[in-house]
Each structure stands twice: as structure tokens, then as C-alpha cells.
Design a protein around this ligand. Structure first.
Ligand code: NAD
Ligand code: DAU
Length: 355
């Protein structure tokens, strides 16, 4: 039995679905269902006895304790977080609550549970913390990529909250011997990603005939990883990673934002051609994100050397299948474009349109 926190979100739901497609080991998903959590992501598992969904907040200690005692997982994979940088800039409070206090609660309850396990189960237990490359800060154009020993220098409230959670995970291993591992991953993309993040937002706005907002000069660089490749890397780390270690996970696909936006437009031009011309005509440069990190890049050599993992998708193949997924699931996109989502979009982009 695995306990997955945040399993109704983007990466978590891909992890739950792909894990159960390849194994019969049961999974308990614990998710608060914030605006980013969508139970429909797990529709394929309705009536499947291998999956249990628990609605709950990782900040509620009693609930976490009860879930652990009742389901007795052999591992916890911790995705639950507030994950959107722009939201953290407008309002960091939830990021502190969930990413820092929530992770600490989970660590406390998991440590108590782990400490009481019989010896063989205690030895086998793992806590896999899902974190981000943003904890390392920003790179110049010629800087070497982030390694696991790059000093932490988080720049947004989101990144700072994830850095704090990473430090707690590290401390629990160092101090208590708690068998935790951390994955620091680059930008994911793929099915079920909430359309507040760059790629699904561009797909949605393009099809709706709305502006495609590019922050600043659009020359910021991200390293893009197809979500199912990330999920496979996490399974590899869970199975073979060394407790106490951190592993960088990257797609080896550094791209400028403007090139990502143009690539999405080019795919849509092929898949959904319009008589009015390319979707790229909707590109609109808007005010930059405050404190915007210029470049992220991952050195993934540790994961490759120790665990033999490499991404299966190129950026081009992953992006084409992602765009196709969104074209094939208009109802999913419409559903998440709810009132709450619209009011968030209005607050965020009202400031930028004034640029
Ligand atoms: P997401 O925002 O799509 O999903 C987060 C999920 O966590 C949602 O289902 C939400 O309901 C749940 N959640 C939030 N607060 C909770 C709480 N207090 N208790 C229980 N559940 C709660 O996020 P994502 O993009 O899938 O990211 C998952 C994890 O991966 C995060 O920890 C994020 O920091 C990390 N990460 C994301 C990326 C990326 O590109 N998306 C890259 C690297 C690391
Ligand atoms: O690097 C890993 C991180 O990637 C994760 O830890 C975060 O959870 C995840 O949200 C993501 O953070 P980013 O800020 O890089 O992702 P986002 O999709 O918000 O933005 C990607 C880039 O595109 C970034 O440089 C900002 C830019 N951007 C974003 C939006 C939403 C735009 O230019 N226009 C937009 O409208």
C-alpha cells in the first residue's frame, strides 16, 4: 500500500494512474481538493478496489495519523502543495501553511508511525518528498546546470516554502534516521495540468481566441519534463534510491518561454488550422513576473548514473501528445475553468495588462 498526498492534482494524478496501470499495489490518495485538485482526474479508477480516495488536509494531524494507522502504507509519496509561483506572489499564506507546516505535520506523523513499525517493515519504509528545482534560484546563460550540491537560493515565496520543506525532510533524516528521499524536479507538462501554468494556459487561450500572455521579454529558460517521465523517475527513486539522498530530475530540454509558446502555436496550426492565420498572432507580451527567475537547468547525471533513469520523451514528442490530449478533452478544460479559476485569472492578469 502506498499513500499519495496531492494525488488529485496534476503530477499526483498522473502518478496514481500510471502506477496502477503497471502494478496492483493499492494506493490511498489523500488530497484536500483545493482549486488545483480535481477528482475527475481519477475517474478511470472509480469502482477500482485498488484505489481509495480520502479527502483531507495534511495540516490536520489527527486525520493524517488516522490514515496511516488505518491503511499502514509501506511508503508515502508527498506531492501535496500549493504549486503556482504567481499565486504565491499575490498571497503566500497557503504556501506557508501547506508546504511548510503541512509537510512538517506529515513528517511528524510519519515518523511516529514508522518508529512503531515492526523491524522489517521499518527498514523497508520510505518517505519520498516531491520538490522542485526552483529551490536553487536562478542561473545566468552560461552557468552550469543545478546539481544536488548547488546551494539553495529560493527567490519566490513558493520556492522559499518548498526549500523550507526540503530542509525539514533533510533534518528528519539526519536527526532521526527517518528514511526520506527528495526529488528536485524541473518544469512538468502533460495531461491534467491546471490551465494556470504556461503550456495548458497557452493551449486554452489560443483555442478561445484570447491573448497568449508572455511575461517580460519571453527569454526566460525552463527545463521541460514530460509528466509521465517524472512519475517513472519517482518510482525508480522509491524502489532503488538511497534514503537521505536528494535526486535532481530534469528533461534535458531547456527552452525559452517564447519558443515554447511558438511551438504550441505551431502544433495547433497543424492540428486545428484556422483560416484567420497562425495562433502565434495572439501572442501578447505583458508585464513581467516580479522577481522572475531567468533560467533553470538540471544536471541529471546522479539519477542517470545511480538509477539508470532517462526521460523517454523528447520535448517535441511530449508537447505534441500534450496538445493532442487537451484537444481531445475539451470538457476537462471547461470544467476546471470554473468561477474560482476565472476570478483568479482576472486578478493576476489585470495587473499585467496594465504593463
Ligand atoms: P498541483 O497544484 O496541480 O496539485 C497539488 C495537489 O495538492 C492538489 O490536488 C491539491 O488539492 C493538493 N493539496 C494542496 N494543499 C493540500 C493540503 N493542505 N492537503 C492535502 N492536499 C493538498 O501541483 P503539481 O503541479 O501536481 O505539483 C505536485 C508537487 O510537485 C508539488 O509539491 C510541487 O511543488 C512539485 N513540483 C511541481 C512541478 C511542476 O512543474 N508542476 C515541478 C517540480 C515539482
Ligand atoms: O521548475 C519547477 C516549477 O515549475 C514547479 O516547482 C512549479 O510548481 C511549477 O508551477 C513550475 O513553475 P514555473 O513558474 O516555472 O511555471 P509556470 O508554468 O507558471 O511558468 C513557466 C514560465 O512561463 C515562467 O518563466 C513564467 C512564464 N509564464 C507563465 C505564465 C503562467 C508566462 O510567460 N506567461 C504566463 O501566463
Amino acid at each position: 500500500m502506498l499513500l499519495v498526498t496531492g494525488g488529485a492534482g496534476f503530477i499526483g494524478s498522473n502518478f496514481v494512474l500510471s502506477s496502477l496501470a503497471g502494478s496492483d499495489e493499492p494506493i490511498v490518495t489523500l488530497d484536500k481538493l483545493t482549486y488545483a485538485g480535481n477528482l475527475h482526474n481519477l475517474d478511470a479508477l472509480r469502482g477500482d478496489g485498488r484505489h481509495i480516495f480520502l479527502r483531507g488536509d495534511i495540516c490536520e494531524r489527527a486525520l493524517v495519523k488516522q490514515a496511516l494507522e488505518r491503511h499502514r502504507p509501506r511508503a508515502i509519496i508527498h506531492f501535496a502543495a500549493e504549486s503556482h509561483v504567481d499565486r504565491s506572489i499575490l498571497g503566500p499564506a497557503e504556501f506557508i501553511d501547506t508546504n511548510i507546516v503541512g509537510t512538517w505535520n506529515l513528517l511528524e506523523e510519519a515518523r511516529a508511525y514508522w518508529g512503531a513499525l515492526p523491524a522489517a517493515e521499518r527498514d523497508a519504509f520510505r518517505f519520498l518528498h516531491v520538490s522542485t528545482d526552483e529551490v536553487y534560484g536562478t542561473l545566468g546563460p552560461a552557468d552550469p546546470a543545478f546539481t544536488e550540491s548547488t546551494p539553495y537560493a529560493p527567490n519566490s515565496p513558493y520556492a522559499a516554502s518548498k526549500a523550507a520543506s526540503d530542509h525539514l525532510v533533510r533534518a528528519y533524516h539526519h536527526t532521526y534516521g527517518f528514511p526520506a528521499l527528495t526529488g528536485n524536479c524541473s518544469n512538468n507538462y502533460g495531461p491534467y495540468q491546471f490551465p494556470e501554468k504556461l503550456i495548458p494556459l497557452i493551449i486554452r487561450n489560443a483555442l478561445a481566441g484570447e491573448p497568449l500572455p508572455v511575461y517580460g521579454d519571453g527569454l526566460q529558460v525552463r527545463d521541460w519534463l514530460y509528466v509521465l517521465d517524472h512519475c517513472e523517475a519517482l518510482r525508480r527513486i522509491l524502489a532503488q534510491g538511497r534514503a537521505g539522498q536528494t535526486y535532481n530530475i530534469g528533461g534535458g530540454a531547456e527552452r525559452k518561454n517564447i519558443d515554447v509558446v511558438r511551438a504550441v502555436c505551431a502544433i495547433l496550426d497543424r492540428e486545428r488550422p484556422r483560416s484567420t492565420g497562425s495562433y502565434a498572432g495572439q501572442i501578447s507580451f505583458v508585464k513581467d513576473r516580479p522577481g522572475h527567475d531567468r533560467r533553470y537547468a538540471i544536471d541529471g547525471s546522479k539519477l542517470r548514473a545511480e538509477l539508470g533513469w532517462a526521460p523517454a520523451q523528447t520535448f517535441e514528442s511530449g508537447l505534441a501528445s500534450t496538445v493532442r490530449w487537451y484537444l481531445d478533452h475539451p470538457e476537462w478544460v471547461e470544467e476546471v475553468a470554473s468561477g474560482a479559476y476565472r476570478s483568479w485569472v482576472e486578478t493576476n492578469y489585470a495587473r499585467r495588462d496594465a504593463a
